[in-house]
Design a protein around this ligand. Sequence first.
Ligand code: ADP
Length: 262
Amino acid sequence: DFTAEAPVHSNNEYGKIAKSLNAMTRQLVQAEDVRRKLVADVAHELRTPITILRGKFDLFQHEGLPIAPENMLPIQDELIRLTRLVDDLHQLSLAEARKLQLDLKPTDLPDLLGRVIERLQHDAEAKDISISFTKESNLPPIRIDQHRMIQVFMNLIGNAVRYTPAGGSVSIAVKLPPPNDSGPLVLQIEVADTGQGIAPEHIPFVFNRFYRTDEARNRNNGGMGLGLAIAREFVLAHQGEIKVQTEVGRGSVFTVFLPLLP
Ligand code: ADP
């Protein structure tokens, strides 16, 4: 039981030791709470695909072989979901332990974003959402881990498409604001949508792993609430930052700041 606090009677050495023991205890209790919640979330996320897979297999057993190809598709979908969940958790745990090995290469960022947009075009067209892209001229190349950054922008632009109603639009812009004296040059990538926005009470939590707003949960459209957590960790690993500005009913702007390190 971690909960007992050492009594503090004085301000001498013993009092100071007791105080810092109490502080350490509180941190341990917090870390333990976080761990417990993570295990519960993972168990919860595993349950749905496993239930679906079990159901399918029971059905096959009942009906006997052979299995029609169209009945294989939902199984494949659930296996892809499970694989993604495990991969995402692995990446997150590496990032949180600061053990992510970045494979940094000079990269033409607009080109990389173009490839991401191309991959999401089909989903966007299916919802009659237009994706526009603008960039400043003469952007320098930036040293990034291309696979990780593709995932960051797949998650951000994918969300923009997913949480924007049919007929809306998504705009992506790459900017290089004039240098300020205090820090390095920073590339700024904005992903703006005309979607549902995020209510103020949810904003502080959307980057937490497994956090989804109720609206997102109810619509049951795929995600597990890891996309933004991963995006944030990958951006932090590049010594960057990620911020959101959003208004319910009007839309959201996610901005990634990436330092142009030498
Ligand atoms: P998910 O897998 O649910 O998309 P994310 O971590 O990517 O998980 O996002 C967490 C939550 O933040 C989403 O469930 C949704 O409620 C909210 N959200 C993320 N991006 C947007 C957006 N562009 N517009 C509105 N809500 C968003």
